[in-house]
Design a protein around this ligand. Sequence first.
Ligand code: NI
Length: 144
Amino acid sequence: MALRNIVKLGDDVLRKVCRTQMTFDEKLWTLLDDMADTMYKAEGVGLAAPQIGILRRICVIDIGEGLIELINPVIVKTSGKQVGSEGCLSLPGRFEEVQRPFKVTVRAQNRKGENIELTGEGLLARAFCHEIDHLDGKLFIDRI
Ligand code: NI
């Protein structure tokens, strides 16, 4: 277990577009494990790689229903809308009302490089959108 430092608003790394993750090896698995540890320690529901200074298209999510690891995630379908309070571990203490789709389907790879497809509603859909935004240098405050 290793905790990584969470980058805060103002650091340029949060504004960069992340690169595709091409390798599915022990180095990736260690990164994923560290990201999960860091997210749980900070009591967040999601963490994206740029938030620990790594410009790769990787994020972890746990809304209380188990750990989800997404590598190279892409939103392929959305429907409905929801407006609700959203926060971010890189903007501690700040919460804003943000509109997101109510239902979101994501295609990604798992830690073995296998293709996966997941659909989430409500908070999970919000987390998918929020974390994938991070991979393109976007923050929730851009969507207020
Ligand atoms: Ni965030």
